[in-house]
Design a protein around this ligand. Structure first.
Ligand SMILES: *Cc1c(COP(=O)(O)O)cnc(C)c1O
Length: 381
């Protein structure tokens, strides 16, 4: 960032990757003309693969993860005046989807250990207006979902499990997406399984599946995923477990990093890393502010970005209800950094580059801190 060669001048690896599987599918689409059909074999094949892996009965493909969450809320019959519980540290569209339906987001703090929804605070948030809870597995962490399942069962509230960042993860002995009454997936351009755009919503409860069907089917499909998209998803889905295992190995190989405390993961769980989340301690870099720390690493070709903005900080107070002062979420918004996933498939090469880039930033931290430099835009998704 201050001049001189970068640790990784070529920048992060391209995403999505071109593989033999995606090449074969593209050739098949071209030759068969399947790319132009409303209905074809590819949507059925990817739907079948996902439901089999997660162990759910019903799946609706759709146009994005954001739409998948909207469909989940509609399936839960969230209406004006209702309340939906979610973490104050979550994906912005989850908040927006709730308000779109005229309901009130009820924000709960996240955990100190891993910035995931603090399940121990959920019961205090439940009222007779509570229709649903959204639990998102975020930035390489996993929500304590078994405990949340128990609360949702006992209080008869629909649990929406947002798996957009964690496809293929395993939590407390079950696939992520199998714990919710309904679960959502994203196939957006940067996600672990991508078709540029796209999403899916899954459930084993027939009445929820039926409501989704009624809402989306209007003689045609109102939020469709195309055959091209569906076809490209299948080879990636087949590769997912192998890729996730490799990413997890790389993350473990990173070990302790200066000034970065990785989100905790219980031994028995298998996370999936769309991002690798860390708490950043500026004191380890002579007070280098977080945004500039990330900017310096990006200049080295290592894709670090600040975490989410707090939902309570970016929305007017009258739009939501909050449980307590949300101190941990406020800290997460100020201190979390995340490493984007494509580098993780490179194993040892990437690990050594990350170490080298962090060393370099540490060595030049005073200069980086004091330099007058333009700020670069962050990617906060
Ligand atoms: C990406 C994402 C979504 C939405 O997915 P899109 O396909 O981009 O609309 C929802 N929730 C979480 C946690 C996400 O990371």
């Amino acid at each position: 960032m201050l001049g001189g060669p970068a640790v990784r001048p070529e920048g992060p690896p391209e995403w999505p990757r071109r593989t033999a599987g995606t090449d074969a599918v593209l050739a098949q689409l071209r030759d068969s003309g399947d790319w132009g059909r409303y209905h074809g074999p590819h949507a059925a094949a990817i739907s079948q693969a996902i439901t089999a892996t997660i162990g759910v009965e019903h799946l609706q493909l759709c146009s994005s993860g954001t739409v998948a969450v909207e469909l989940a809320l509609r399936a839960a019959q969230v209406r004006p005046g209702d309340e939906v519980i979610l973490s104050a540290y979550d994906f912005k569209a989850n908040f927006t989807n709730i308000t779109l339906l005229g309901a009130t987001p009820v924000l709960v703090d996240c955990r100190e250990n891993d910035a995931q929804l603090d399940v121990s605070q959920v019961e205090a948030a439940i009222t007779d207006k509570t229709k649903a809870i959204i639990a998102s597995h975020l930035q390489g962490g996993l929500v304590e979902i078994a405990a949340l399942r128990e609360i949702a069962d006992r209080r008869r509230i629909v649990l929406i499990e947002d798996v957009c960042q964690a496809p293929g993860a395993n939590v407390s002995g079950r696939p992520a997406g199998a714990w919710g009454d309904i679960a959502t997936f994203s196939f957006g351009g940067s996600k672990l399984i991508t078709a540029g755009r796209g999403g899916a919503v899954v459930t084993s409860r027939p009445e929820l599946a039926q409501r989704i069907k009624l809402f989306t089917q209007r003689g045609n499909d109102a939020y469709p995923l195309s055959e091209i998209q569906a076809a490209l998803l299948l080879p990636q889905w087949k590769q997912l477990a192998t890729d996730n295992a490799r990413r997890w190995e790389t993350v473990q190989q990173l070990g302790d990093l200066r000034g970065l405390r990785r989100f905790g993961v219980t031994d028995s769980n298998h996370p999936a890393f769309y991002k690798v989340g860390f708490w950043y301690d500026p004191a380890a870099y002579v007070g280098l502010p977080r945004d500039r720390f990330c900017q310096a690493l990006r200049a080295e070709g290592i894709p670090f970005d600040p975490g989410f903005a707090g939902l309570h900080q970016i929305h007017a107070r009258r739009r939501f209800r909050a449980i307590g002062e949300l101190p941990t979420a406020a800290r997460a918004c100020a201190q979390v950094v995340m490493l984007h996933h494509p580098l993780l498939l490179e194993g040892t090469v990437a690990v050594e580059q990350i170490w080298a880039a962090l060393d370099k930033v540490a060595q030049h931290a005073t200069m980086l801190r004091d330099a007058s430099l333009p700020t670069a835009p962050n990617h906060r998704d």
